[in-house]
Design a protein around this ligand. Structure first.
Ligand code: HEC
Length: 232
């Protein structure tokens, strides 16, 4: 009995124990059915992230699925020398990037599944100036991350208040906070889509299946009533 009580106590306690160690993640307000948002996210991703990261399980022609045209992809999004059926790879050799950053930028194809969309959203909003680090930046979500703040020109520069743990703007960027949040929402939306391009179809399929089962249930109940109507 005693051990059961202890077990229950641990089970109830543990989420809070973890919670106190965990960093606070903001909920990413993404919508996978929002095609314009996915398109904007794809543009940001290709322009800013593919320089260091690859997304080798994603092919350029998959962008047709989110409503971009072949011409648009070819004219604006393909790196020189790439074909539309090519995977999103980078030319920077891993050894080079390790030398520059101290850590190789990981492939981002499925990062939304390993880290979660909220993590990515909060990470992209979590950069701040840190003069004690060689790269000049740090991150509240991923402490001592080897990645510098790539979008600082857009967001501006932030500073960490050690007491409150909150970030505040010290130098304005090209975008205001709302505009930057919207860029990061679209980017996170696209990265989430990329981690499982089939999920839109799968979810739709799920609705059909559930709908069909409900219909079947109604028919079955009707049929049962019909069968038993004369007996009794
Ligand atoms: C200048 C090179 C560079 C660019 C450009 C860059 N990153 Fe990174 N990124 C890195 C490095 C290096 C790491 C590894 C950090 C570490 O492990 O300390 C990283 C790590 C990450 C991670 C964490 C992955 C994980 O699971 O550990 C995410 C997410 C990420 N980057 C997203 C992005 C996004 C989104 C963009 C585009 C807006 C971007 N990065 C652009 C260098 C870059």
């Amino acid at each position: 009995m005693k051990s059961i009580i202890i077990l229950i106590f641990i089970l109830i306690q543990s989420p809070f124990i973890f919670a106190s160690e965990d960093i606070y993640l903001e909920k990413a307000p993404i919508d996978l059915s929002d095609q314009p948002s996915l398109q904007k996210g794809a543009r940001t991703f290709i322009n800013y992230c593919l320089n260091c990261h690859s997304a080798k399980y994603m092919r350029y022609n998959k962008l047709l699925d989110i409503g971009l045209s072949k011409k648009d992809i070819k004219d604006n999004l393909l790196f020189t020398g790439k074909k539309i059926g090519d995977p999103m790879e980078i030319s920077m050799p891993v050894a080079e990037s390790k030398k520059w950053f101290g850590a190789a930028p990981p492939d981002l194809s499925v990062v939304a599944r390993s880290r979660g969309s909220d993590w990515i959203y909060s990470y992209m909003k979590g950069f701040y100036r840190d003069s004690s680090r060689e790269i000049g930046w740090n991150n509240i979500v991923y402490v001592n991350s080897a990645m510098p703040h790539i979008l600082w020109e857009l967001q501006g520069e932030k500073e960490l208040d050690q007491k409150t743990g909150k970030l505040s703007l010290i130098k304005a960027g090209k975008l205001n906070e709302k505009e930057y949040d919207s860029v990061i929402t679209d980017l996170t939306n696209f990265i989430t889509y990329m981690s499982e391009p089939g999920q839109l179809k799968r979810k739709k399929m799920g609705f059909y299946v559930v709908g069909f089962l409900l219909l079947l249930l109604v028919l079955t109940i009707k049929l049962k009533k019909e069968f038993w109507k004369d007996i009794k």
